[in-house]
Design a protein around this ligand. Structure first.
Ligand SMILES: [Zn+2]
Length: 238
């Protein structure tokens, strides 16, 4: 099911067919689409529109520009490190194609480890997701619970204001399966089987935690510190 490196590059550099919600449709090269969004923002004509539409457009354009800068920079450094210093051009599509060639040569020479391949695939997948999310923002919902993978609980969205959200959240993208992931470690859960297991772990975790660690709990309206239950039992028994 996982896309290969060259399939991921294709999504970014060429128009391609993509199954969305079981329907085959042609999607424009994502780097082309992103570039168009950036150039439409900098070549501002005096077109009129409702103010809400205009402000929506500005948000998209600001986001597009920041994303363009970030992604083209990443591609340029990928190319430079894969080719030991080959100068990147201004065209990220050309750079990425060139990178792919260098990558495939390295694969042929068996210079690529499985970890490196997973890392590169992860980077390309995140580029694809971020561009698609810009045009079609996913619905994100907070899920209460501790991440079973990294044991983090909260993710601070603003260090200054201490605004926090649960690390666990679900992401709904039109036409794609629901994914639950962790902001902290990036672990993903998807598919009926994984999500059912995750649900069970999240429901049981607070009880496991109460048994095995010192913890705080709500007593009336106050947070109360409690020792772990197993230690208490041991004291009574001993
Ligand atoms: Zn985590």
């Amino acid at each position: 099911m996982r896309k290969s490196i060259s399939q991921l590059v294709t999504v970014l550099v060429s128009d391609h067919d993509e199954f969305v919600g079981g329907v085959l449709r042609t999607e424009e090269a994502l780097l082309g689409r992103l570039r168009d969004a950036v150039t439409s923002s900098t070549g501002g004509s005096g077109s009129s529109g409702t103010s809400s539409l205009a402000s929506e457009r500005t948000t998209l354009n600001d986001g597009a520009f920041a994303l363009w800068e970030d992604i083209t920079g990443r591609i340029a450094s990928m190319l430079e490190s894969a080719t030991e210093g080959e100068k990147a051009t201004k065209d990220p599509r050309r750079n990425l194609r060139r990178w792919l060639k260098a990558w495939q040569e390295a694969v042929k020479l068996e210079e690529v480890t499985e970890t490196q391949e997973l890392h590169q695939a992860g980077m390309l997948t995140r580029m694809i997701e971020r561009i698609r999310d810009l045009f079609d923002p996913p619905t994100v919902k907070e899920i209460m619970g501790t991440c079973p993978s990294c044991r983090q609980r909260w993710w601070f969205t603003s260090a200054r204001h201490g605004t926090r959200t649960s690390v666990m959240h679900s992401v709904l993208r039109t036409g794609y399966p629901v994914v639950v992931s962790c902001y902290d470690c990036g672990e993903h859960w998807t598919g009926e089987h994984e999500l059912a297991r995750l649900g069970l772990v999240l429901a049981l975790w607070p009880r496991v935690e109460a048994l095995t660690t010192h913890h705080v709990t709500l007593g009336g309206t106050d947070l109360v510190a409690l020792p772990d239950v197993l230690a208490l039992l041991q004291d009574v028994a001993g």
